[in-house]
Design a protein around this ligand. Structure first.
Ligand code: FAD
Length: 318
């Protein structure tokens, strides 16, 4: 018996969400009194995983870009090899693509959007967010193998240093019906999915020519930039920045919303961010009800001042 985590990396570097998956896996392995294995593709830094409780890394060297079919097949082989009873993944788009395939192959129950460690392992019960983060649901997984997708930033990073071994994992035929010819990245900047801080702006910015200050604020904070749906529909910003119910979900530590009204479809995608700061001229804007901190004011006055103060703070504390 073991717990298996699927560790995602970018050019050999682990994503923060992957280390969160490892932390969660360690917690489940402790509860089940078993070991924690990780399936990793092309990793160069397995020692880091040992700091988050991984006992054993199955490292796959592969030149093929991700396909859900191939990676779910690899996970199935890892489950068979390690006799895993719990498989844990992130809530990334790739993990969400492959998890249902794996669940079908293993006849396993799959629960995504999990926000806490299991409240019980016998029966196996996890808490997940539902209805666009408006409610929680305690769900029992009764199949012999359980698959869990955890929400970003919900469990957090928990270090627990353990001895780690690495094994080259030779896969038996992981061919896929789909072949990826190439991958074009939308941007080299911090991606919304991996960012700790997101600076997001809406139609209140009046036009694309005013995004300089949003990028500057994001730059000072080391944040990713995002926008509301109409902003990307109008072509002011790329679609890759659109967040909300029909855009990307955001689960950051800090979400700064500037000139965004806070329509229900926008809030649905950003609700699970930990701290929300809203800057809006209209004190009745619905976003203020969901905000932890609010500034009623004109973005064109507030944002430059905020940048100035943050720069001064950084210089003083450098
Ligand atoms: C099926 C469906 C799905 C949708 N999915 C999404 C989605 O995924 N994401 C999404 O964002 N929307 C989505 N929408 C659209 C959503 O309903 C709203 O229309 C949209 O979020 C509004 O965008 P906004 O807040 O940028 O613009 P507006 O509603 O026009 O709000 C602009 C805000 O800026 C403020 N403002 C104006 N000037 C300033 C200033 N100088 N300084 C500061 N504040 C200022 C105003 O007070 C106002 O609150 C969806 C709609 C539908 C019907």
């Amino acid at each position: 018996m073991s717990v298996l985590v699927y560790i995602e990396s970018e050019n050999g570097t682990f994503k923060k969400s992957a280390l969160e998956v490892a932390s969660y896996g360690r917690c489940v392995a402790n509860s089940l009194n078993t070991s924690l294995c990780a399936l990793v593709f092309n990793s160069k830094d397995n020692a880091t995983l040992g700091a988050y409780g991984v006992n054993k890394v199955l490292n796959v060297e592969s030149t093929h870009p991700f396909t859900a079919e191939a990676h779910s097949n690899a996970l199935k082989q890892a489950v068979d090899k390690e006799q895993s009873t719990v498989v844990i993944l992130s809530n990334s788009a790739n993990s969400k693509y492959l998890a249902p395939l794996l669940a079908s192959d293993l006849k396993a129950g799959y629960v995504p959007n999990v926000v806490e460690a299991p409240s019980s392992t016998s029966p196996f019960v996890v808490k997940r967010s539902v209805f666009s983060n408006k409610a929680f649901c305690n769900t029992e997984i009764s199949t012999p193998i359980k698959i869990i997708g955890i929400s970003n930033n919900a469990f957090g990073l928990v270090e627990q240093v353990v001895d780690i071994t690495t094994e080259a994992f030779e896969l038996e035929n992981i061919s896929s019906k789909i072949r990826v010819e190439g991958v074009d990245k939308a941007t080299d900047k911090v991606s919304i999915a991996d960012a700790d801080i997101v600076v997001s702006a809406g139609r209140g910015l009046k036009g694309p020519e005013n995004w300089g200050m949003i990028e500057e604020l994001a730059d000072v904070l080391g944040a990713a930039t995002a926008c509301s749906k109409p902003v990307s529909d109008l072509g002011w910003r790329p679609h890759s920045e659109h967040v909300g119910q029909t855009g990307k979900p955001v689960a950051t530590n800090l979400y700064i919303a500037i000139g965004i009204s806070g329509a229900i479809q926008h809030l649905a995608g950003v609700n699970s961010s930990k701290t929300k700061v809203v800057i809006n001229t209209d004190p009745e804007a619905p976003f203020f009800k969901a905000a932890d901190y609010g500034i009623v004011g004109d973005a064109f006055e507030v944002v430059p001042k905020l940048i100035e103060k943050l720069r001064a703070f950084k210089t003083q504390n450098a």
